[in-house]
Design a protein around this ligand. Structure first.
Ligand SMILES: [Zn+2]
Length: 387
């Protein structure tokens, strides 16, 4: 059902379209993270369209424990529930099982853990994760995997990755079955597999080869941005991406800064997601081409300029730094909301600029200019800090 069309390549960088039942995604694309079916910071689905969001990302684990995927299915699925008609990607819940829940036990069948909300016991394996994601009816479901810590022992990672491959086969079978049922919310649900292997090149490459043979709808690189350096992350991408099918979308999970995204596009990644823009926005930290600003800072008290001059986001079109500073100080929700809207727009607009550069065959120049600009900013900050 999905159709991935490569429009341009430059080095390993890809510019493509990804057609789904919920519309066409232009890649490279940043997915906006709405953990419980909403972007934190009082952002509505109308807002998401305004800030140029193409794909919304929701969280399987969080929706399973509250309000419950069964109820969402009864109400017609997540698209209808949150009133969003563009693509939704749901993660598998795997990452949250390892990062949030305590008392977990990993077995071949799956993982037993306790809910971080009320402590009740939950079992989740490949079949459970696929069922929950099918109940939500997302456009793209992620395979259920184990995300071993970046610094885990080699033997642990080896065993974990082998189990993740077996789990992937079970995910694929389960999804085929779920998609064929008469009452399934989205019978065209797509499945992305996830490459793991921590920082062990050979384990990652072997795993990439194995999952590439499984003919999935897309391929993610997982287990990064969990404590390794940026250089280690880029190194893993350099090693792994060449072994993933070029004719399928690639997704770097949980990454990252504008610099990380530009570097990863250069290494062949199509999809990104990260909580940075919304989380930073909620704390009054806004992204601009001149670096990050903290709008709580007193220097913005009388500054009547928008967050970023020329920015077309809903916040910058209307409001000043001074007013937003005031709202943040007064703990008014609108202050937080405007910062989140600006940051999401900034990320989505960055992707638009990246796609434009690829379309024109000038991504290499764009990358250099943009990274120089961003580096210049951090240099200025360092100099200021010294004074
Ligand atoms: Zn703006």
């Amino acid at each position: 059902m999905a159709k991935y069309t490569l429009l341009k390549t430059e080095g390993r960088a890809k510019r493509a379209t990804f057609e789904t039942v919920h519309g066409v995604v232009q890649t490279p694309c940043f997915m906006n993270v709405g953990t419980v079916g909403v972007i934190k910071g009082a952002v509505s689905t109308e807002d998401l369209k305004e800030v140029g969001c193409q794909v919304e990302l929701s969280n399987t684990y969080h929706l399973h424990v509250r309000t419950g995927d069964q109820i969402i299915k009864e109400l017609g699925g997540l698209h209808k529930f949150m009133v969003w008609d563009r693509p939704i990607l749901t993660d598998s819940g795997g990452f949250q099982v390892y990062s949030l829940a305590d008392i977990r036990k990993i077995k071949e069948e799956g993982v037993t853990f306790r809910s971080h909300i009320d402590g009740h016991k939950i079992f989740m394996g490949p079949e459970e994760s696929m069922t929950i994601q099918s109940n939500l009816g997302s456009t793209i479901a992620m395979a259920f995997d184990e995300c071993p810590p970046a610094l885990a022992e080699r033997s642990y990672v080896q065993n974990s990755v082998e189990r993740t491959t077996r789990w992937l086969a079970r995910c694929k079978d389960k999804m085929a079955q779920l998609n064929s049922l008469p009452d399934t919310v989205n019978k065209h649900q797509l499945l992305f597999g996830i490459n793991q292997g921590a920082v062990y090149d050979d384990i990652r490459i072997e795993h990439a080869k194995r999952i590439s043979e499984m003919d999935l709808d897309g391929y993610a690189v997982g287990g990064l941005a969990v404590g390794e350096t940026h250089e280690q992350m880029y190194h893993v991408l350099d090693q792994v991406v060449p072994y993933l099918p070029q004719a399928k979308p690639t997704y770097l999970m949980g990454v990252g800064t504008p610099q990380n995204i530009i570097e990863a596009v250069n290494r062949g990644i199509d999809f990104f997601d990260c909580v940075y823009p919304s989380r930073n926005g909620r704390h009054g930290h806004v992204y601009t081409n001149q670096g990050k600003r903290n709008l709580f800072n007193k220097r913005y008290e009388k500054d009547m300029r928008p967050i970023e001059e020329g920015c077309q986001c809903p916040a910058c079109r209307t409001y000043s730094r001074a007013y937003i500073h005031h709202l943040l100080k007064a703990k008014e929700m609108l202050g937080m909301r405007l910062c989140v809207l600006h940051n999401l727009y900034f990320y989505n607009h960055l992707m638009e600029q990246i796609r434009g550069a690829l379309d024109q065959g000038r991504f290499a120049d764009f990358k250099k200019e943009k990274l120089d600009e961003l580096q210049m900013v951090s240099r200025e900050k360092e100099e200021k800090a010294k004074k």
